[in-house]
Design a binder for this molecule. Structure first.
Ligand SMILES: [Zn+2]
Length: 192
């Protein structure tokens, strides 16, 4: 199931990340195009109806609706970050999390990609199907997608979803921040 998941998703996610990077790199963002009066303002408005233009940085970082889910990820990871003004800067800051060792970078990268992938799908669900999901459900999807991607990428990532859901840092091999009373019995920590 995980192998099948990997084949189906990897191409779409790779394409999405490519588009996202080019969209954030491009100077012809939606806001810029709007300033040139190529598109009407209502076409550029954030789908959440927060009143702002839907730029990549706004959607994933600063939107009161879509961008407000990061604190849930902080809580899950037991970390705290100040969100910067630019999404590419935030990506670098996130995967090089201060205080966490180098071997966590690949895990954090997967979590970041899972977050923007899930949020993009949530955004499209609202655009095309008028579907709205609550923040906690969205965050659960981030946990699930990141877990499935890690399983498909790393054959020796042997933790269960419950382990990942409850103790992501320990699954990354980080022990210093883990309280000793946490009971972890399923497998030995993975070091990538
Ligand atoms: Zn918005």
């Amino acid at each position: 199931m995980i192998y099948h998941y990997s084949i189906c998703v990897n191409f779409r996610v790779g394409l999405f990340i490519f588009i996202l990077k080019n969209r954030s790199c491009s100077r012809r963002t939606d806001a810029n195009i709007m300033q040139r009066h190529v598109l009407h303002q209502t076409h550029m408005a954030c789908i959440s109806r927060c009143g702002a233009s839907e730029t990549t940085t706004h959607l994933f970082l600063h939107c009161d609706i879509f961008g407000s889910l990061w604190p849930y990820i902080w809580r899950w990871l037991q970390i705290s970050l100040v969100i910067p003004a630019d999404i590419r800067q935030f990506f670098i800051q996130f995967i090089h999390m201060p205080g966490l060792p180098r071997f966590t970078h690949s895990f954090l990268k997967v979590i970041w990609f899972a977050y923007v992938w899930v949020l993009w799908k949530k955004r499209n669900n609202r655009v095309f199907q008028n579907l709205v999901s609550d923040p906690s459900t969205t965050v659960e999807y981030v946990k699930l997608h990141s877990f499935l991607w890690l399983k498909s990428k790393h054959a020796n990532f042997s933790f269960s979803y419950h382990d990942w859901w409850k103790h992501p840092l320990l699954c990354m091999g980080v022990h210093d921040l883990v309280n000793t009373f946490w009971c972890f019995t399923s497998c030995t920590p993975y070091v990538g």
